[in-house]
Design a binder for this molecule. Structure first.
Ligand code: RIB
Length: 306
């Protein structure tokens, strides 16, 4: 099968990750168990995940002219991500994420956006050819909303499948949601957008559809995935893993792989299974971008799960 092309608009951050036995309380100092510097950012993680599992990926974003920006360029080169639509700014620093990961693999993240917050609708318009040649466009909420909206508009105008991963969560207008063929929140993000308590995933998914999104693919962590489309709600179990090392980037692995599977023309249930397997492998490894599996690894997990 020939590789499909997708366009990802989003953030790049360098992740400064400290591993810790437990999360500290406000005002408390504790001793961590390790430290790692690596590439991250939801947009870039999703772009690299998609490239590793089998797509030609064009990335739209901004980085600074600094050491962390060089790390971004090396990362994309190694993954084969096309950077023709990436701008390097002398005025803003490359984004940075400060991350704590506890002994259960759970994380807390603070992002200093830097150059990511200079991404503009004009940057997206400069990627019009890449978008028109894509099967899927994919974006998140770590870059400004006007740019996100422009990507979804251009994708919709070209008949390209539009996917919004609304992370980090923020309230969204109905007209933006109406540009989403697929929206992929986790439960917290769904609650922020709809106001429906996260404990009631099906009602929140229904509300997202009423707000304009066509199909909702809600990630429920270890509880799997809730799909809500014209056929109503359906649930998909999570893949079991022996040990969760680091959940950072698991949602990004899922989103990148979902975009590729749909771009390959797979059915939504097949695409969710493929994406879930990709996310499951990523949590068994430390780091965000570095935890993204290859296509061979994902296919092997799917084959072994039967
Ligand atoms: O989704 C994980 C990512 O969120 C991290 O890589 C960090 O950079 C933040 O953007």
């Amino acid at each position: 099968m020939s590789k499909p092309r997708i366009t990802v608009l989003g953030s790049y951050n360098t992740d400064l990750t400290t591993f810790t036995p437990r999360m500290p309380q406000p005002g408390e100092t504790i001793l961590g168990s390790g430290f790692k510097t690596g590439p991250g950012g939801k947009g870039s993680n999703q772009a690299v995940a998609a490239a590793r599992v089998g797509a030609w990926v064009s990335f739209v974003g901004r980085i600074g002219q600094d050491m962390f920006g060089e790390m971004a360029l090396r990362t994309w080169k190694e993954a084969g991500v096309d950077t023709a639509c990436v701008r390097q700014s002398s005025e803003q620093a490359t984004g940075v994420a400060t991350i704590l990961v506890d002994s259960h693999g759970e994380n807390m993240i603070v992002v200093a956006s830097g150059a990511n917050f200079a991404v503009s609708p004009a940057d997206v318009e400069a990627a019009a050819d890449a978008i028109a040649n894509s099967k899927v466009v994919l974006t998140q909420l770590e870059t400004p909303l006007p740019a996100v909206r422009r990507l979804l508009e251009l994708g919709r105008a070209q008949g390209v499948l539009t996917i919004l991963n609304p992370a980090p969560g923020q309230p969204l207008d109905r007209d933006l949601l109406a540009l989403c063929d697929i929206i992929t929140p986790n439960q917290t993000e769904a609650e922020i957008i709809t106001g429906v308590p996260s404990t009631d995933a099906e009602s929140a998914a229904r509300a997202l559809r009423e707000h304009g999104a066509r199909t909702v693919v809600m990630t429920l962590g270890g509880e799997g995935v809730l799909l809500y489309d014209d056929q109503g709600p359906r649930r998909f179990a999570a893949f079991k893993v022996d040990r969760v090392v680091d959940t950072t980037g698991a949602g990004d692995a899922f989103n990148g792989a979902l975009a590729v599977a749909l771009a390959e023309g797979r059915s939504m249930p097949d695409a969710i299974r493929f994406a879930s397997a990709t996310g499951a492998i990523s949590v068994t490894r430390p780091g965000a971008t570095e935890s993204m599996p290859t296509r061979a690894e994902v296919d092997a997990l799917l084959a072994s799960a039967g």
